[in-house]
Write a protein that binds this ligand. Structure first.
Ligand code: PLP
Length: 468
């Protein structure tokens, strides 16, 4: 591809992207393809000879696009949103064109310094105290892995990386049963072992762990010769928004000398609104917090912000050089690859800068407030309908519900069939979960382009399809 062709096809890609995004309401949200359909339409072997770009692009439109699930669709109410505000897409075009590796300050000073600033902008936006710093990771899973490795190393007096885990006391990590599976995987990968991840039952309306039970278990474990290392608190869990009392957990973590990591991957974005900060009261006492601007805030994937109260133990865990001999940050130079597991790093701060400037915090707060209000309204309409029940109360813009089965039909099977039929219909997209072992249908509003009419249409679609 020569530079003129690069220019032409970049224009064409931008035109295509704008048409695609503007026309999303006309498409079904979820791909209507059967497993194997797309693979069958793609050549089994790579071409020996160059093919014309026009043909490649035509095949993209013909074969790939119909097989996509449209995450930027305004009626995407499944999982959690993975927003890509148009302005963040523009920033990603630029990042993609520059294609820099941002692992060290000197490999792209602007990327490092903008990252430091954006982390601090977000710290202020979230209402966290001065002193928190952080790094942009690819995903919450990576941030949580880094946090779990830090817990492990701190508890083992930094011997794990050097000696391995054989012969060491078993580090123990505590959380509720509402945490995301990324916690389990971090525990596996960190060599701690699933049996040393202690999951306490989520209780009460918010399904948080019982702080007194947490402390009792920690004391019991220590007496048994185990090594309590850290706690992962959940704020806005993925299933139904399970949320721990972070202040109470932080108090115990402090008293017991445990590292506290807060997983607010989804809900963290809402903390730009002061009225929602009660959900994570106490987070300022955590050792680290993860939140994904690529979920609700609008920064194109991938963009996961990993905030730390003090980077020393994180960097001591992950820097390949003996970091305790260095002065990371204080001499004005940060090498962010020493804060993460991967060495290579994309320039992720640019899309945050574009996003925060183009919308302003007030614009983003309004979007989040709208989603919470519209979702709450939908929950009330379903609650008022004789054939529906609310299974989990709204946490921000997430709730779950169930439809009454006809006589003699199993409620789980009925609701699984209902969510399947709704998604087949294509106008909206929902996913299911299990609450206390029983199927419930999740609803969350969080897509950047969602309007009130989209949530209103969700009510029509749900009730119409449930009525058969
Ligand atoms: C989405 C989510 C995660 C995982 O996020 P990734 O960035 O995909 O790794 C972790 N925890 C919670 C609560 C989430 O909602």
């Amino acid at each position: 591809m020569d530079w003129q062709e690069f220019r032409d096809w970049s224009h064409k890609a931008a035109e295509w992207g704008a048409d695609y995004r503007a026309g999303l309401r006309e498409r079904p949200v979820r791909a209507k393809t059967a497993p194997g359909d797309i693979a069958a339409a793609i050549a089994a072997s790579p071409p020996e000879r160059a093919e014309p770009m026009a043909e490649i692009f035509a095949d993209f439109e013909k074969t790939i696009v119909p097989g996509m699930t449209h995450w930027q669709h305004p009626r995407f109410f499944a999982y959690f949103a993975a927003n890509a505000a148009p302005v963040s897409v523009v920033a990603e075009y630029l990042v993609s064109a520059m294609a820099a590796q941002c692992m060290l300050w000197q490999t792209s000073p602007a990327a490092t310094e903008l990252e430091t600033r954006m982390i601090d902008w977000l710290r202020q936006a979230l209402g966290l105290p001065d002193g928190f710093s952080g790094v942009i990771q690819d995903s919450a899973s990576s941030a949580t892995l880094a946090a779990v490795l830090t817990m492990r190393e701190r508890a083992l007096a930094w011997a794990g990386n050097r000696k391995g885990l054989a012969g060491q006391k078993a580090p123990r990590v505590y959380c509720s049963d509402q945490v995301h599976t990324s916690i389990d995987r971090a525990i596996w990968v960190a060599g701690i072992g699933e049996e040393n991840l202690v999951k306490l039952p989520g209780k009460g309306k918010l399904r948080g762990m019982d702080p007194a039970e947490l402390e009792a278990v920690v004391i019991r474990d220590r007496a048994a010769g185990l090594l309590p290392a850290g706690v992962v608190a959940s704020v806005g869990g993925t299933s139904v928004g399970g949320t721990d009392d972070v202040a109470a957990v932080a108090e115990i973590a402090g008293r017991q000398g445990l590292y506290l990591h807060v997983d607010a991957a989804w809900a963290g974005a809402a903390m730009i609104c002061p009225e929602f900060r009660h959900y994570w009261a106490g987070a300022e006492q955590a050792d680290s917090i993860v939140f994904n601007p690529h979920k609700w805030l609008g920064a194109q994937f991938d963009c996961s912000v990993h905030l730390v109260r003090n980077p020393d133990s994180l960097v001591r865990t992950l820097a390949i050089k003996p970091e305790y001999l260095k002065t990371h940050g204080r001499d004005g130079i940060i090498n962010y690859s020493e804060w993460t597991v991967p060495l290579g790093r994309r320039f992720r701060a640019l899309k945050l800068w574009f996003l925060l400037r183009a919308h302003g915090l007030e614009g983003l707060r309004q979007m989040i407030r709208n989603h919470v209000a519209w979702s709450g309204k939908l929950a009330e309409r379903l609650r008022a309908h004789a054939d529906f029940e609310i299974v989990s109360e709204p946490v921000l813009s997430l709730f779950s519900f169930r439809h009454k089965p006809p006589p003699g039909v199993d409620a789980d099977e009925h609701n699984l069939a209902l969510v399947g039929a709704i998604n087949e219909d294509g106008r909206i997209y929902l996913t299911q979960t299990r609450v206390d072992g029983r199927v419930a249908i999740r609803f969350q509003a969080g897509q950047f382009e969602t309007e009130e009419r989209d949530v209103a249409l969700a009510y029509e679609v749900i009730t119409e399809i449930a009525a058969g």
